[in-house]
Design a protein around this ligand. Structure first.
Ligand SMILES: Cc1cc2nc3c(=O)[nH]c(=O)nc-3n(C[C@H](O)[C@H](O)[C@H](O)COP(=O)(O)OP(=O)(O)OC[C@H]3O[C@@H](n4cnc5c(N)ncnc54)[C@H](O)[C@@H]3O)c2cc1C
Length: 253
C-alpha cells in the first residue's frame, strides 16, 4: 500500500505572530514540521505493509520537514518547489499536491494533518481530495485499511462515528490517531544523507495555479492594558477580604 503524507514546514508553535507592514511575520523563529503532520506520518507508518512517501510544497526550508518524516521512517520524500508558487492559497496548494500525487503514481492513500499551525485553514485535505476526485475522510482518530477500503473513527462529544470509504482516498488525522514516534538515531543519520528530489511545476506538467483568495490586510489586536497588584500582609482571611473588595470594585463579579 502506497501512502503519501503531506507535510508542511511551519514556524515553531512557541513563535509569536506579529503583523509587519500588513503581513504575518514570525520573525526569525525556528521552523519545524507542522506538529499535526507528525501524527499523519505516524498513522501512515503503522499501516500494514505501508510504503510511505512524504510530500511537501514549499521552499528549501521544507526539506527539514521532509527529513523529519524520513527520520521517523518514511521511505521516500519529495519536495515541490517553484518560484511561481509564492503566495499560493490553499486551493492552489491542493492542485499542486494532487498533481504530485498523480506523478508519484499508484497511490492508495493520502494523509494530512488536521491543520497547519501557521495559517490554520484546515481545508487543504478536502481541496486535494476534490481535485483528485477521491473521497475525503476528515478528522480521523483511528485509521484502518484493507480490502480496498479505508475505515476511520471520528471522536465527537456524543461518542464515536465510524466512516468508511473506497481507496484511493484522502484522510486528515487528529491527535487521537497515536503519539508520533521520536526519530531514531539511525533514522536521523539516514535522513541527513537522503537526496530529496525537488520537482518544479514543469516536472508536474501543470501551469502555476492562480490563487483565488488574497489576505490583503492583517491587523494585530489592540494592546490591552494590564495592571498588577500584589496584596500582601495580614492573615489569609484579611488578604481574601481585600481581594474580594477589589474584585467587587472592578465589577469582575
Ligand atoms: C495569514 C495567512 C492567512 C491565510 N489565509 C488563507 C485563506 O483564508 N484561504 C486560503 O486558501 N489560503 C490562506 N492562506 C494560504 C495558506 O496558508 C497556504 O495556501 C497553505 O499552503 C495551505 O493552507 P493552510 O496553511 O491553511 O493549511 P491547512 O489547510 O491548515 O493544512 C492542512 C494540512 O494540509 C497539509 N499542507 C498544507 N500546506 C501544505 C504544503 N505546502 N505542503 C504539503 N502539505 C501541506 C498539511 O498536512 C496540513 O496539516 C493564508 C496564509 C497566511 C500566511
Amino acid at each position: 500500500m502506497k501512502i503519501v503524507v503531506c507535510v508542511k514546514q511551519v514556524p515553531d508553535t512557541a513563535a509569536k505572530l506579529t503583523v509587519v507592514n500588513g503581513k504575518a511575520s514570525w520573525g526569525d523563529a525556528a521552523l519545524v514540521i507542522n506538529p499535526w503532520d507528525e501524527y499523519a506520518v505516524e498513522a501512515a507508518l503503522t499501516q500494514d505493509g505501508a510504503e510511505v512517501v512524504a510530500l511537501s510544497m514549499g521552499n528549501e526550508s521544507a526539506l527539514d520537514a521532509l527529513k523529519h518524516a524520513l527520520a521517523m521512517g518514511a521511505k521516500e520524500a519529495i519536495l515541490v518547489s517553484d518560484p511561481a508558487l509564492a503566495g499560493a492559497d490553499s486551493q492552489a496548494t491542493a492542485k499542486v499536491l494532487a498533481a504530485a500525487v498523480k506523478k508519484i503514481g499508484g497511490v492508495d492513500l493520502v494523509l494530512f494533518g488536521r491543520q497547519a499551525v501557521d495559517s490554520d485553514g484546515g481545508i487543504t485535505a478536502a481541496q486535494t481530495a476534490r481535485v483528485l476526485g477521491w473521497p475525503i475522510l476528515s478528522l480521523a482518530a483511528s485509521l484502518q485499511t484493507g480490502g480496498g477500503t479505508v475505515k476511520v473513527t471520528r471522536s465527537i462529544e456524543e461518542g464515536q462515528q465510524m466512516v468508511e470509504g473506497k481507496l484511493p482516498a484522502v484522510v486528515s488525522v487528529v491527535k487521537d490517531i497515536g503519539e508520533p514516534r521520536y526519530p531514531s538515531f539511525m533514522g536521523i543519520r539516514k535522513a541527513s544523507r537522503a537526496q530529496i528530489p525537488a520537482w518544479t511545476l514543469a516536472d508536474l506538467g501543470i501551469a502555476a495555479p492562480t490563487a483565488v483568495v488574497r489576505w490583503p490586510e492583517l491587523m494585530s489586536p489592540p494592546l490591552r492594558e494590564v495592571m498588577c497588584e500584589t496584596i500582601t500582609g495580614g492573615s489569609p482571611e484579611e488578604i481574601a477580604a481585600i481581594l474580594a473588595d477589589r474584585i467587587l470594585a472592578e465589577k469582575v463579579i
